[in-house]
Design a protein. Structure first.
Length: 278
């Protein structure tokens, strides 16, 4: 790489991160996290066995659905996210729960923390959305001390959210060069390859979370089109093409209808992955 190329690449990466930050700040992700997936944070915290007095980092923490339960266990917790616009709702939620923690803006691919700074590093459906997986994985390893633990909870490619991203793909812009699909973090072999021989004591299980908020596909579509940044971005990209909007509507409704069971609920699959850093 020549020196003349470097600023261009850096500027492109900065523009991509600015776009991601704006995407996650759009809609109402704090409400979605509270309405649908708040229970996932405690499940991750329990799986990695966060203990009182440990120094814990929650990467791509959002509004803190893993950071807050970790703090309630008595850990010294830092919640970091590319989108600090989410922190106000997180602070309010933490205050209501009686949890004390630190909120620090940070890019999962360039974390603003020194090497070996944390006993436990977590990410609950967060780091998976960093576009460059190898960079993000290297940062998780860098900031975890030897003997420390990494815990990741990610949507699987074959699960509902993975299928939703596949459904939206034809309506979305081509991914930037080098970017990888978020649901790959829900593939055990992909995560093992990212972390490589730097970890041991790996445990990986596929589990589901029950979602009973949507009676049918249209309710799901309308909620995600108004609350979820990635879905809002796809709608915005096609806003001037009524035919494509109608096709996107139909595809998301069909996806939701297919996922609602006879009991009126969905089951969203995720990978729960824990490991110890060598």
């Amino acid at each position: 790489m020549t020196e003349s190329q470097t600023p261009t690449i850096e500027n492109e990466d900065r523009a991509l991160k600015d776009k991601h930050r704006a995407m996650w700040a759009s809609g109402d992700y704090p409400a979605l996290a509270s309405d649908l997936i708040w229970s996932l944070g405690p499940r991750l915290v329990a799986a990695v066995d966060v203990r009182a007095g440990e120094r814990v980092l929650d990467v791509a923490a959002g509004t803190g659905n893993a950071a807050i339960p970790a703090a309630l266990r008595g850990a010294d917790v830092v919640a970091s996210d590319l989108t600090p616009e989410l922190f106000e709702a997180g602070r309010q939620r933490a205050s209501e729960a009686g949890a004390t923690l630190e909120w620090v803006p940070g890019d999962a691919e360039a974390l603003p923390f020194p090497d070996d700074a944390f006993d436990v590093v977590l990410s609950c459906v967060g780091v998976m959305f960093a576009p460059h997986h190898e960079r993000a994985a290297a940062e998780l390893l860098r900031v975890t001390r030897p003997g420390g633990r990494i815990g990741l909870l990610s949507w699987t490619p074959a699960g509902f959210i993975g299928r939703m991203f596949a459904t939206m793909k034809p309506f979305n812009a081509p991914p930037p060069a080098g970017a990888q699909p978020p649901p790959l973090w829900g593939d055990e072999q992909h995560v093992r390859a990212l972390l490589g021989d730097r970890v041991e004591n790996v445990r990986a299980t596929r589990e589901t979370v029950r979602i009973d908020r949507f009676a049918d596909g249209e309710q799901f579509r309308a909620y995600f089109a108004s609350h979820y940044g990635p879905t809002i971005a796809v709608y915005n990209r096609n806003a001037d093409d009524p035919e494509r909007i109608a096709a996107l509507d139909a595809a998301l409704v069909a996806l939701g209808d297919d996922a609602v069971g006879t009991d009126g609920a969905m089951e969203w699959e995720f990978l729960l992955f824990t490991a110890t850093v060598r």
